[in-house]
Ligand binder design. Structure first.
Ligand SMILES: NC(=O)c1ccc[n+]([C@@H]2O[C@H](COP(=O)([O-])OP(=O)(O)OC[C@H]3O[C@@H](n4cnc5c(N)ncnc54)[C@H](O)[C@@H]3O)[C@@H](O)[C@H]2O)c1
Length: 370
């Protein structure tokens, strides 16, 4: 199979879909890899490294899309990329289609085979989301601490406090991968952390692995209202796989929060868990609503591009190789996680939560695997 790796074009996205190690593996499996010129530069990977690993460098995204049977990317295809997708071409990347109707319709129109990293699932876990959630979770606490500084719009509270002065209170909504990592970093800085989840088993685990300055709390509307009132930073990391994130903090609730506190809505890529959240970029990451700062960058890991590229490529490679070796149909027949990754196939929605989000017809992926 010919595998194509275009340069990411979303603003400030410096990651790349494949590392030289990945290229070497695909080539070793008998495939051909074409990489767009300078695709790895943002992650500190030079074209010469890709060439050394066996890739061919081409000068434009157009050449990648024209020649590849499978496109391997990081972020959802942008409108100009959607225009270049060919009928039947496999696109293997993050899509996050539930909150994004124009993209969903675009992919349906192009009759692509869209395999989404974020819905590949094993034993209830999302292994291709995990490393990015680790980065985003850790980063959420770093950003919270940064924006709590007065010059950046915050309350002027130091996360860890100092001798004789209280540390900041960080509330983490959702104790999954991003939540755990946010709590680790915030507690490491010395903040007083409260972490909420609806899953008691998960809370028990968090209670075991997190230090004593992290308190676990069962999540419900009452608890959220109480917890955010005196928080300096609120980090939203809840997820219902494949679906739009529930809005746990309403606009009404902001007025009871401290002035110049900060909300980092990590879940923004699935629509956000705060009513007043809207996606922002690394160039212009924060805005204020009712005196509360909102940080809602939808591609947070892009800021730590090199770490993120290697972390992502480490986990996408295994399934990418299976898809290339077996073809998408046989790979989906044999491997349940790959079947779960199928979001759009030849103009039909094959992921139930995405179909429900847009009130489109849902066609089970099995229909295409006969
Ligand atoms: N903005 C970014 O750049 C970025 C990067 C990576 C991940 N993300 C997003 O971060 C979110 C979290 O990802 P994750 O990997 O940590 O997910 P996860 O599945 O590991 O964790 C989600 C947690 O939310 C909990 N939850 C669900 N409903 C809840 C509720 N009402 N109250 C409290 N907890 C609730 C679940 O029980 C689960 O433990 C996802 O939306 C993901 O797409 C965003």
């Amino acid at each position: 199979m010919i595998i194509g790796v275009p340069k990411e074009i979303k603003p400030n996205e410096n990651r790349v879909g494949m590392t030289p190690a990945g290229v070497m593996e695909f080539v070793h499996h008998g495939h051909e890899v074409i990489v767009e010129k300078n695709a790895g530069v943002g992650s500190g990977i030079d074209d010469s490294e890709f060439i050394k690993a066996g890739a061919k460098i081409v000068s434009s995204a157009k050449e990648v899309f024209e020649n590849a049977e499978m496109i391997v990317k990081v972020k959802e295809p942008q409108p100009v990329e959607i225009e270049m997708i060919k009928e039947g071409q496999i696109v293997y990347t993050y899509f996050h289609l539930a909150p994004d109707k124009p993209q969903t319709v675009g992919l349906m129109n192009r009759k692509t085979v869209a395999i989404a990293y974020e819905t590949i699932e094993i034993d209830g876990k999302l292994p291709l989301l995990e490393p990015m959630s680790e980065v985003a979770g850790k980063m959420a606490s770093i950003m919270s601490a940064y924006y709590l500084a007065k010059p950046y719009g915050g309350r002027g509270v130091l996360a860890g406090g100092v001798t004789g002065v209280h540390s900041a209170k960080f509330v983490v909504l959702g104790g999954g991968t991003a939540g755990l990592n946010a709590a680790k970093v915030a507690s490491g800085m010395g903040a007083n952390v409260h972490i909420l989840d609806i899953n008691v088993e998960r809370l028990r685990y968090l209670e075991d692995v997190l230090p004593k300055n992290c308190q676990t709390v069962t999540s419900n509307k009452f608890a959220i209202i109480e917890e955010i009132k005196d928080a300096d930073a609120v980090i939203g990391t809840v997820l219902i796989p494949g679906a739009r994130t529930p809005r746990l903090i309403t606009k009404d609730m902001l007025k009871d929060m401290k002035k110049s506190s900060i909300i980092v809505d990590v879940s923004i890529d699935q629509g956000g868990c705060v009513e007043t959240s809207h996606p922002t970029t690394h160039q212009d990451p924060v805005y204020e609503v009712d005196g509360v700062l909102h940080y809602c960058v939808a591609n947070m890991p892009g800021a730590y591009a090199r770490t993120s590229t290697f972390a992502l490529a480490n986990v996408t490679l295994k399934y990418g190789l299976l898809i290339a070796d077996l073809g998408w149909k046989e790979a989906a027949r044999q491997y349940e996680p790959i079947k779960k990754g199928l979001n759009v196939v030849f103009g039909k929605i094959t992921c139930k939560p995405v179909a429900e989000a847009h009130e489109f017809e849902y066609v089970p992926p099995e229909e295409f695997l006969k």
